[in-house]
Design a protein around this ligand. Sequence first.
Ligand code: WQD
Length: 351
Amino acid sequence: MSPPSTILVTGGAGFIGSHACVELLDHGYELIVVDDYSSSTPQAFARVERIAGRFAGAVYELDVRDRPALSAVFDRHPVDAVLHFAAYKAAGPSTRRPVEYYDTNVGGTTALLRTMHEHGVHQLVFSSTAALYGDAGHGPLDEATPARPVNPYAASKWICEHILADVCRRCPEYTVLCLRCFNPAGAHPSGLLGEDPRGTPGNLLPYVAQVAVGRRERLPVFGADYPTRDGTGIRDYLHIMDTVEAHRIALDHLADEPGLHVYNLGAGRGSSVLDVVAAFSAACGRPVPYEVVPRRPGDVPELVADASAVARAWGWRPTRDLTDICRDAWHFQRLNPHGYTDSARRPNTKR
Ligand code: WQD
């Protein structure tokens, strides 16, 4: 089976999705992109096109749960494989809106699988999350670490992985690669694309960047009483360009890895919230003010990757570190002080 050439990217206007579009275009793939713009904007594609120097792919505004609309896309285009990013991804809000998270993330994945099967498409790269490990204690986590999700977002991704594994056991025609992302962060070095969420950022890096550029007064540090070296949460921040490079490489391996395979995507380095504040202060040349507040529900003390399996299998290792992440995130925020998502039209769907 030859490597895929036309890729359907779900959630292609989002943070990881839009950077993945640049990576795939830079490596000669043809793209079909779908997104409901509930947490993104079609303006991302204009920026993708400026960076890649080409796009001209087909873009459809749709919710992946809308099977008739999704089926029409497969009817129109010769999809070879799917890169599935479309999902709600905020740990905290998922504890307040669990049904929406399960419906969107699990329902969206099953709707996609059914539509793929109806069109004879059986190659999928599923962007999963390390959050499914839950509170797994200190030290690097490998793929054999038991899944103990502690919030509906993480649980929804774990349920998707379970469904995908069962489908692959029963249907030998499928090839599925699940990539458990630790914490993608940073921005494209051009400064044209970056993490630009609607409204108040849920994730740490965009919030810090918005404080640094003066859009927000100070960073709320969610707890300084965790059992970590400085009391704040420790995560494995992976540069977004390393993240999407791994997703692109996964597409190249769909042809030679039938069945389901799971890989951690991380740098293998833990950074605390205060480490990130210090690194970002160095990147922007001024202190980033912060205030310690109570813990956020659904958070865990530490999540750091053992990503040796993907290095052994594909020879992939991240080449960028926290300094690169903060430099690129600051470059993006400085060039886009008010971002480009919030100023864009908001669809009539609640996030
Ligand atoms: C990181 C640390 C917070 C914001 C989630 C998903 C994961 C991935 C990334 C998709 C924690 C602290 C944060 C703030 C803070 N999603 N924090 N103040 O929750 O580890 O991971 O997003 O790819 O799958 O689970 O990321 O950036 O929200 O939090 O103190 O304003 O920063 O408590 O310790 P998280 P995060």
